[in-house]
Design a protein around this ligand. Structure first.
Ligand code: URA
Length: 266
């Protein structure tokens, strides 16, 4: 059971104060009766709530995948800057947050939800959920760079990084083909390294698979080996893969299959 004002606020009808005024104005019906008591208890499975003639669908949880563009911060709310949650314009719930963090200049998959348990499970250090990234890296790297990723790298923390997968991708065309990402060429063409060289000509491309998430982890791993990450994009997190139909900045709800995989993954 849930209070009517919370039910309406959770369903996107405004703040608690706004929905209370809405109820007091007589625009809200519960089981065909006008209700003016905003504290009334509602059973979302049984009661029918109608606002201004339209039946309300209660969303206890919402789950979205966002193709995060560069330049947007991974936060729920910020006084001065647009956040990844602000990009979910059709959201109903006001309590959405991103699961995990991507740097401001990192692009790619972010899951946005209000399901705290799921977030905890995906981010818990013991879950070792796999995250797949592609990194464009300039500078000299040792020839046994894969060995270092596999065996752990000293990035200045107390412990070495956990074993990570590293695989070189031979060209940007191979990357587009493999990941189905038709947006990445244009993006990379627009980026130059610190010397102004196109990162496409000047970088090696790597797929990186992590099972932990430390601050700036991939950038620090390459830096520790003498490289510099010029561009970073995430393609998957656990069972969820970035939908290649989504342009940077676009989002969609997770579908039934994705939800099943997500909620049943360990
Ligand atoms: N590693 C980084 O360095 N940055 C990210 O955004 C994600 C992983």
């Amino acid at each position: 059971m849930i209070r009517l004002d919370k039910y309406l606020a959770d369903s996107g009808f405004g703040t608690r104060n706004e929905v209370r005024s809405l109820v007091k104005s007589g625009s809200v019906f519960v089981n065909n009766e006008t209700i003016k008591d905003f504290g009334m208890k509602i059973d979302p499975d049984k009661d029918e709530v109608i606002v201004k003639g339209k039946s309300v669908e209660y969303n206890q949880y919402e789950y979205y995948m966002l193709h995060k563009p560069a330049g947007i911060i991974t936060a729920s709310r910020d006084k001065n800057a647009k956040t990844v949650v602000d990009l979910i314009e059709t959201r109903k719930r006001r309590d959405l947050f991103p699961i995990g963090r991507l740097d401001k200049d990192t692009e790619g998959l972010l899951i946005i939800t209000n399901d705290g348990q799921l977030s905890h499970r995906l981010l818990s250090p013991n879950s070792h959920v796999q995250k797949t990234y592609v990194a464009f890296v300039s500078g000299g790297l040792p020839s046994d760079v894969e060995f270092h990723f596999k065996n752990g790298i000293d990035i200045g923390d107390e412990r070495l990084t956990l074993p990570a997968g590293l695989r070189e991708i031979e060209s940007i065309d191979a990357l587009v083909e493999e990941f189905g990402d038709r947006y990445i060429i244009e993006k990379c063409e627009s980026l130059g390294d610190s010397q102004g060289n196109s990162i496409i000509n000047n970088c090696r491309i790597y797929e990186v698979v992590l099972t932990e998430g430390r601050y700036h982890e991939i950038k620090r791993m390459f830096e520790a080996l003498g490289g510099n990450v010029e561009y970073l994009k995430r393609y998957s997190m656990g069972p969820i893969t970035l939908d290649s139909q989504l342009a940077p900045g676009e989002y969609r709800k997770l579908d039934k299959e994705e939800m099943k995989n997500l909620l049943t993954s360990k």
